[in-house]
Design a protein around this ligand. Structure first.
Ligand code: ADP
Ligand code: ASP
Ligand code: MG
Length: 412
């Protein structure tokens, strides 16, 4: 009996299927076939997203009544898309004669912080999952969902099913986590914006971290962080087409490092500028401290050289956090003196990422030249060892990505 032999093998692969992969009954059927096939040679644990469009629909329902609904109720609502898809996929597998059972976050004790809509995973009941696997049954676990210590439902942020999958893979010691999506792997940039973007056979964890962090939504950033921290090999591949996808490699052998591996961009950004802030110790902390306390991620941070003891302090956050940040700044007005506050949401970030930047000079100036020749004004520049981020006008972002992709010959 082959399935009994399988059980004696300890190796498990976690397979995550995104929204488009389970967007219709036909797609769920195709996914069930992929799972059925892989379960012949490996123990499989599945993590599933809501059917395509469902989460947005739920967000829309909440927004019908309020633009800032109660955070607890909001998460209770938007987490339900995954409840549907996990049970439906289990039903589809059962119909094919495969043992499968759906599990919600609460059923596998997926404990998180109580930061609603951006909850962080604290603990998972690995034994529960392994017990199901041991019973020759494929667990179909809801992505995106979590529960607080007191049992309230949380969610992990948009795109959070990736993180569920990698965290589970880490916790149960899976040999790999396969992220199935609607494109063939990780590309040099979003293939929907640059049609001749090239699929990468592999990419380093470090580069994937930067690409995800700068907006390449093919994987949620936190998922890559988990993979890096717990050394989980991850593969990104298509549930539509056959192929090996992209391996996110834990090793960086430095042999064939591309100068630039990819270009990421992010549109839903807001730029906050505090004009005329006192150039005194502690100011940056007084501004950013209360923001980070609320688990709001701040990205590009710039403080200018001061004139007459006053300076400008600029930073960007995600559009979703705009109103929270506004409230916080209103609050810190008592402690931090500044002349006025400017908020600009007509911005976007474009980032070049590549480990080859470490050893090659002149990349930044090449990028600036290409953008200027194409009429793209750069508002802010921020760099790290393997990344250059430029803040530009939101309406020019597609053009900027295309120009840079061409300039660095990423299609070659
Ligand atoms: P899923 O529903 O499977 O989670 P997502 O929509 O979250 O899928 O992520 C896949 C999408 O990410 C692709 O369809 C593509 O448009 C986008 N994307 C952005 N940057 C990249 C990139 N560098 N490589 C591949 N896909 C990318
Ligand atoms: N369904 C959630 C979302 O749309 C989580 C996910 O798809 O990863 O963001
Ligand atoms: Mg996703």
């Amino acid at each position: 009996n082959p399935s009994q032999n399988k059980n004696t093998m300890t190796e498990i692969i976690v397979q995550k299927f995104g929204g488009t992969s389970v967007g219709a009954v036909e797609r769920i059927d195709a996914v069930a076939e992929i799972i059925k096939d892989s379960s012949k040679s490996n123990n499989i644990v599945v993590v599933v997203s809501a059917m395509e469009g469902e989460t947005n629909k739920l967000v829309g329902l909440a927004n019908h009544f309020s633009q800032s609904p109660d955070k607890r109720e909001f998460d209770a609502l938007v987490s339900t898309g995954e409840t549907v898809s996990s049970a439906l996929l289990a039903i589809a597998l059962n119909a094919k004669g495969i043992n499968a059972k759906s599990y919600s976050a609460s059923q596998i004790s997926m404990k998180t912080t109580d930061s609603y809509s951006k909850a962080k995973i604290l603990d998972i009941d690995a034994n529960k999952i392994l017990e199901v696997v041991g019973q020759n049954t494929i667990p179909i676990i809801t992505g995106f969902q979590g529960i607080t210590e007191t049992g309230d439902i949380t969610t992990l942020g948009r795109g959070g099913s990736d993180t569920t999958a990698v965290a589970i893979a880490a916790q149960i010691g899976a040999k790999r986590c396969d992220i199935y999506t609607d494109v063939d792997g990780v590309f040099t940039t979003d293939p929907k914006v640059v049609p001749n973007a090239k699929k990468l056979d592999s990419i380093t964890m470090e580069e994937m971290l930067e690409l995800a962090g700068q907006g390449a939504k093919v994987m949620q950033t936190r998922a890559v962080e988990f993979a890096n921290k717990y050394k989980v090999p991850v593969r990104v591949l298509s549930s539509f087409n056959e192929g090996d996808g992209t391996l996110i490699s834990l090793k960086d052998d430095g042999m064939e490092n591309a100068l630039i591996s990819g270009i990421a961009f992010q549109k839903d950004q807001v730029k906050f500028t505090l004009h005329g802030v006192g150039d005194i110790p502690g100011t940056a902390f007084k501004i950013l401290g209360p923001i980070s306390e609320k688990d709001i991620e701040v990205d590009v941070i710039v403080q200018n050289v001061s004139v007459d003891g006053k300076t400008d302090f600029t930073f960007t956050v995600s559009k979703d956090d705009e109103s929270d940040v506004k409230d916080i700044i209103e609050e810190i007005k008592k402690e931090v003196e500044f002349k006025d506050l400017m908020i600009n949401s007509d911005i976007a970030k474009v980032s070049l990422v590549g480990v080859g930047m470490r050893t090659h000079a002149g990349i930044a100036s090449k990028a600036f030249k290409a953008l200027s020749e194409n009429g793209v004004n750069i508002q802010i520049i921020s760099t790290s060892e393997i990344k250059i981020t430029m803040v530009i006008d939101k309406n020019l972002v597609e053009k900027a990505v295309q120009v840079l992709h061409e300039e660095f010959e990423l299609d070659k």
